[in-house]
Design a protein around this ligand. Structure first.
Ligand code: GUN
Ligand code: ZN
Length: 369
């Protein structure tokens, strides 16, 4: 089957995945996330976690990952190097944030963030990695001043770069953004007015976006990363994926480690189906997502959401060969009837015999050291 595309994962949060999911988003960020992310100043700590997360996601069939790192430029560059060394296709973002009242040692000034983002991008592009690219990464509107959002929009525009951030994950966040940016039409408009809503933008969550906001997404060609494990684990909301698709907004799936506790895209597939079924329980008229639709979201949909579908996402002639060889011995009977679906629901990394990215076998790993 085609390789899977994780459109939203925090490589830096892998160190505490599966722990600490007892607080709502904003408290969770202040209490657990920011103190951990501050540790990535230490490059050896970063190297250890980043090596583990790249290997773990590759082994679980993620051939393309769109990563958040931390505010630290050198550690973010290291993540790019590690993804390249292991042969994963990746977008890597140095996180930008100049507002943090709870962990003040984990923030930048707008000028630092601007200069370090420029350094990150130029260093990353200098490496000429074939499959790893930088992505402009304002954390979210609550962590960024208007000045910083403006800087980052300019940088993305001048260099035609990808952009990633978070949007409308919880109702509390939406309310605070309204208070902080009273002169804007909506949360989406805050990003739009700073040139951060483009056809190379992927915004995580979007649980509480209005129809007007989804129209703006569609108009600009921006996409949504659906992260159902995180949305349920942090009690943030339930994205109505059908509504996003009906608006013809590009949609991919994300694990959102560590708001989501699983780094596997197989889990994202299952939670997407569960969330859609939960919405059906609430409203029997609801048009539940089908298996085929969710399979597509995990592969081609994800590559479209990241504007990488020219190169990856399916076996169409002319694209790179990003693929999983799934060992189906234990599901052979069902396989005769349908195809990857039993694997998607009840398989795991033990069923993934080989992973290929751009025609090169990257799993099993070839140990180089
Ligand atoms: N919003 C801003 N930062 C984060 C983060 O690290 N995780 C999640 N789930 N939402 C965010
Ligand atoms: Zn996230």
């Amino acid at each position: 089957m085609p390789g899977m595309v994780d459109t939203h994962i925090h490589a830096s949060q892998y160190s505490y995945a599966g722990t600490a999911l007892d607080l709502p988003l904003l408290q969770w960020l202040n209490t657990y996330t920011f103190p951990v992310e501050a540790c990535y100043k230490d490059l050896e700590f970063a190297r250890n976690v980043y090596t583990h997360v790249v290997k773990r996601t590759l082994r679980n069939g993620t051939t393309t990952a769109c990563y958040f790192a931390t505010i630290h430029t050198d550690a973010s560059l290291l993540l790019g190097q590690i993804a390249n060394d292991f042969g994963q296709r990746a977008l890597v973002g140095k996180v930008c944030m100049d507002t943090n009242n709870f962990v003040p040692h984990y923030r930048e000034t707008p000028d630092e963030s601007h200069d370090e983002t420029n350094r990150f991008i130029s260093e990353m592009l200098k490496k000429k990695y074939p499959l790893v690219m930088p992505v402009v990464t304002p954390r979210f509107a609550l962590s960024c001043s208007a000045a910083l959002l403006g800087h980052l929009g300019e940088i993305a525009k001048n260099n035609h770069l990808h952009i990633q951030s978070h949007i409308s994950e919880t109702k509390e966040e939406v309310k605070l953004v309204k208070e902080l940016f009273p002169d804007y039409d909506s949360y989406t408009d805050v990003y739009h007015k700073h040139n951060l809503l483009t056809d190379k933008t992927v915004m995580a969550h979007g649980c509480h976006l209005t129809d007007e906001e989804l129209k703006l997404f569609r108009e600009k060609g921006a996409s949504v990363a659906h992260c159902p494990n995180s949305n349920i684990s942090l009690c943030s909301g339930m994205l109505d994926a059908r509504r996003v698709l009906n608006h013809k907004v590009k949609l991919g799936l994300g694990t959102d480690v560590a708001g989501g506790y699983s780094p596997s895209m197989l889990d994202a597939v299952r939670r997407t189906l569960d969330t859609s079924k939960a919405l059906t329980i609430q409203d029997p008229q609801y048009q539940t997502l089908t298996f085929e639709e969710v399979f597509r979201l995990a592969t081609l949909g994800g590559s479209q959401a990241l504007s990488l579908d020219e190169h990856t996402g399916s076996f169409q002639a002319g694209k790179d060969f990003d693929a999983l060889r799934v060992n189906t011995a234990i599901v052979l009977f069902f396989l005769l009837l349908c195809s990857p679906f039993p694997f998607l629901l009840s398989g795991d990394d033990r069923n993934i015999a080989e992973v290929y990215v751009a025609g090169k076998r990257v799993v099993p790993f070839v140990e180089t050291t």
